[in-house]
Ligand binder design. Sequence first.
Ligand code: NIG
Ligand code: FE
Length: 391
Amino acid sequence: MTSTLFTNISELVTNSPEIGDESVMGRLYDAALVVEDGVVAWVGPASAAPDCDEISDCHANAVVPGFVDSHTHLVFAGSRADEFAARMAGERYDGGGIARTVADTRAASDEELHETSQQRWWQLRTSGVTTVEVKSGYDLTAAGEARLLRVASDFTTETTFLGAHSVPREFAHDRDAYVAYVAGEMLSASLPYAHWADVFCDRGAFSVDEARHILTAARAAGLGLRLHGNQLADSGGVALAAEMRAASVDHCTHVADHDLEALAASGTVATLLPTAELFTRSPFPDARRFLDAGVTVALATDCNPGTSYVTNAPLVLQLAVTMMNFTVDEALWAFTAGGAAALRRSDIGGLAVGQRAHLLVVNGSRSADLAYRASARPLARVFHETSGIDR
Ligand code: NIG
Ligand code: FE
């Protein structure tokens, strides 16, 4: 068992209210942290740090927990740069471009999918993401969705079956048959590789009744529930997520006050996706409404080829603060502890004793530097228990 002392930390954010300044951020100044076997073993003032086998000097920089990116569509082929350009010239996003990515993804080899997904995962990691959720949804056949989840399982255990992303062309004449296929054969084929199920429940996508049917089958099969809801309209997706006590409902661009009350009562996390709003020129939801209503809020990249081709985690934090009315601390909490809550994980999202040693050494003395400075190199180091130091 090797112990490593991370010391000379100007500001340490643990997200554990029992530590340090007794805020939800659990903040300590002039701190140190000991890692043993990939887990945080001690946290305290640098002056009281125990002896360890190795010392890692943080050079008076701030240290924060790794980002938990609880919503991505990392496994896909092709590009939709021209769709983006058309949108910036005035076209509206309606989810129709999913069919194009489905065609490109079906045509891609296992090796190509693996390679391109791995590259995106590497970019996310070096930008500070230490845990990622990955959805299927760009094949829409039983064997193909299972294939995408198999690729995703190579780099995360947080895999999500999203057969209900769009109705593919071959079922355009019979959407009921497609819903039955998703809830039956496709779900069964995906089960060995999936931990969660998700449905794109929105205007022009799947209705509340269709989503309820698919999620009920997924729950019976043992999967946890999440939902894309209210991205394009007040579509009832958020209310359904609360009704079904889903772990998270994501996007939440258009929400009514009664939706917020329902989320607070059910404990369902609202995952906000600022870069999806940015790249579709959609209104940014006001985080204050969610937070004041007592809803647990997470932030994620939504990395996907249509609405948010983003592998830059600090950008999410910066937009949350500048455009969504999060305070800097609230945004940092949402992208760490909030993401962990959205995945129902207590071993990540913070740096208290017993949690995984996923830590970011900021290139700056304050955690706020991550939101304050749009640096090309915001992180000095990313430490992850399985890979050691990424950069
Ligand atoms: O989260 N809204 C549904 N799914 C993705 C976009 C899918 C696409 O356009 O390829 C999203 O924004
Ligand atoms: Fe998404």
